[in-house]
Write a protein that binds this ligand. Structure first.
Ligand code: ZN
Length: 193
């Protein structure tokens, strides 16, 4: 089910650059929306609504969510990672999906070296010599929404509230109304489907 909806359409979007490919390349041009950089404070979200199926894929530097990117060794670090993981396991709360849309979680998948996972296959480029101690957390959710018409907006305020080290989120959204690339911040955290 992974990237069922997202893989093809996002490959066509100008802003959708394979992530981590130019990590630590400080010449990259944010004006052109390079999503390749792992920049602390900046998260990425792919969202796709197709019929009753909503997919959300949040990719974030671990720094934004847990406050560090090294493997959790101390008890305090392990507790922090566990707490963040528990928050990510409640996507209906995190993404504040309107109750009227009647969405249920069909699948969810959390992935991070901090969770004890091996780096994802698509992080291949991040494993080269430029990859120091940076770690990401990826969360992929698939919902079935009985009343998708009630999904008027996607409000990311809870993400910013829950993870205040997140300064902005670069969103790629595909909905029946088309596709858009939007950068949201805590002050303007909602976007229209
Ligand atoms: Zn980092």
């Amino acid at each position: 089910m992974r990237r069922l909806l997202l893989a093809l359409p996002f490959a066509l979007l100008p802003l959708a650059v394979a992530h981590a490919a130019d990590e630590h390349d400080h010449d990259h041009d944010h004006e052109h929306g390079s999503l390749g950089a792992h920049e602390h404070g900046v998260g990425r979200l792919n969202a796709a609504l197709d019929g009753q199926t909503l997919e959300l894929e949040l990719e974030s530097p671990a720094m934004n969510l847990v406050g560090f990117e090294h493997a959790a060794n101390s008890d305090a670090d392990k507790a922090k990672v566990a707490a963040v993981r528990a928050q990510l396991e409640k996507p209906l709360v995190l993404f504040n999906l309107p109750k009227a849309a009647d969405c249920v979680v069909e699948n969810q998948e959390l992935e991070s070296p901090l969770f004890g996972d091996a780096p994802a296959a698509d992080d291949e480029d991040a494993k080269d010599e430029h990859h120091h101690d940076h770690s990401e957390i990826h969360a992929h959710y698939q919902f079935t929404c009985a009343t998708p018409a009630a999904l008027k907006t996607l409000d990311l305020a809870n993400i910013f509230n829950t993870f205040p080290a997140t300064q902005k989120i670069q969103v790629q959204l595909i909905s029946p109304n088309g596709q858009q690339g939007v950068e949201v911040t805590a002050k303007a955290a909602a976007l229209k489907f």
